[in-house]
Design a protein around this ligand. Structure first.
Ligand SMILES: C[S@@+](CC[C@H](N)C(=O)[O-])C[C@H]1O[C@@H](n2cnc3c(N)ncnc32)[C@H](O)[C@@H]1O
Length: 287
């Protein structure tokens, strides 16, 4: 049984009865999919945790809508890759809202855990989503052949977000949209920077280092995308609940490259000698 809402719980944290659920649904979003995803209980209620998840994927879909519509309007059918798909929540929703109604294109969910792939595959079959498939692979090892590509990733762990960005860059995706998870790579390399470096107090304490590294990592991700001709926005996904895991980096390909962003990235990196990030090795200013 789910815990009763406390009087001071903000509305988004409250469970919803079956009659109230419609208020949280997007146009075109079915209760059948939410049942298949076990977000709705068998009697149609939405408990507080499921409601938080639903809010994340719905906001993601809403913020992505304009960029996806532009990609869907192109002559080539859209291939949409959901990297680190887990239970497939986001990919299945994007199929239901965009790729299904478009009548062409496909959704591919990438997931390293084979059991999750099997489960998500049966959900897609159950829903009759016949242009959707899940592949048991690490994101970095997948190379889609698609002329019109969008890559999304919601809380893909650690460097899997960067692998999703790299996949988008490699294949010149029209849209790359990621909400990163915790990121340890850069925090680790910051701890190796000399303690007498003028900026070292910014990351002296582990908790501040994690926060600073998460911030710097997302700044670098945005700049890398800009260097490669993307127009980038970074916005909040859902509200205050998810703190460091709540930034949506949304990038649309608008030009071949951007020398101003490249210079900015170079200048920024000069301030942080010794900082290492795989994405920079492959796609940084000197790549
Ligand atoms: C925190 S879950 C998020 C799942 C889903 N995107 C969501 O928001 O519900 C991250 C998922 O990414 C998968 N994952 C982590 N690293 C991966 C990688 N390098 N390649 C593919 N999948 C990965 C994990 O197995 C896990 O299922």
């Amino acid at each position: 049984m789910s815990a009763p809402a406390r009087p001071h719980d903000p509305p988004a944290r409250r469970a919803l009865s079956a009659n109230e659920v419609s208020a949280d649904l997007l146009n075109g979003q079915s209760r059948a999919l939410l049942h298949a995803l076990h977000l709705l209980t068998p009697d149609g209620k939405l408990n507080a945790d499921a409601r938080r998840k639903l809010k994340q994927i719905n906001h993601f879909a809403g913020l992505l809508r304009p960029a996806l519509h532009t990609a869907l309007d192109l002559a080539e059918p859209l291939t949409l890759v959901d990297a680190g798909t887990g239970n497939g929540y986001l990919g299945l929703l994007l199929y239901e809202l965009f790729i299904g109604p478009a009548g062409a294109g496909e959704v591919i969910g990438l997931e390293s855990n084979g059991q999750l792939v099997d489960r998500a595959t049966s959900r897609a079959r159950h829903m009759g989503f016949d242009r959707m498939r899940f592949v048991a692979t690490r994101v970095a090892e997948f190379d889609p052949i698609a002329r019109n590509l969008a890559v999304v990733a919601l809380h893909a762990c650690d460097t899997a977000t960067d692998d999703a960005i790299a996949l988008g860059l490699r294949r010149e995706a029209k849209v790359v949209a990621v909400v990163p998870c915790c990121q340890a790579e850069l925090a680790h390399s910051l701890s190796a920077v000399r303690a007498d470096h003028a900026l070292a107090p910014l990351w002296r304490f582990p908790i501040l280092r994690r926060g600073f590294a998460a911030h710097l990592t997302n700044v670098l991700r945005a700049l890398v995308l800009e260097c490669h001709g993307y127009q980038v926005t970074v916005t909040e996904l859902v509200g205050w609940e998810h703190s460091f895991k709540n930034e949506l980096i949304l990038a649309r390909k608008v030009q071949r490259g951007n020398s101003q962003a490249r210079n900015q990235l170079k200048a920024l990196l000069q301030l942080f000698p010794g900082v290492r990030m795989g994405l920079l090795d492959a796609w940084g200013p000197d790549a």
